[in-house]
Design a protein around this ligand. Structure first.
Ligand SMILES: [Zn+2]
Length: 79
């Protein structure tokens, strides 16, 4: 049986994303989708990624207390 050099782990039929582990943590809701923090995570809507064949995948992500779920939320700026 031939030995495989463990250099390419992306040989599965499902390799939609070429993302580093940190990005996976965010997509799985283990870290804030915006800053990567892990404190006081709350539902932050959905993030979308594109698979190798062009399909869109939706992920229910979380954001931390310091990050807003809305991009245009400026209430914390005090202006
Ligand atoms: Zn955050």
């Amino acid at each position: 049986m031939a030995m495989h050099i463990p250099a390419d782990l992306r040989i599965g039929t499902h390799d939609p994303l070429r993302l580093p582990p940190e990005s996976w943590r965010r997509l799985y809701g283990l870290a804030c989708a915006r800053c990567g923090g892990t404190e006081s995570l709350r539902p932050g809507g959905h993030a979308y990624t594109r698979s190798a064949d062009g399909a869109r995948l939706g992920w229910a992500v979380n954001v931390c207390a310091a990050c807003s779920t809305q991009a245009d939320d400026r209430t914390t700026n005090g202006s």
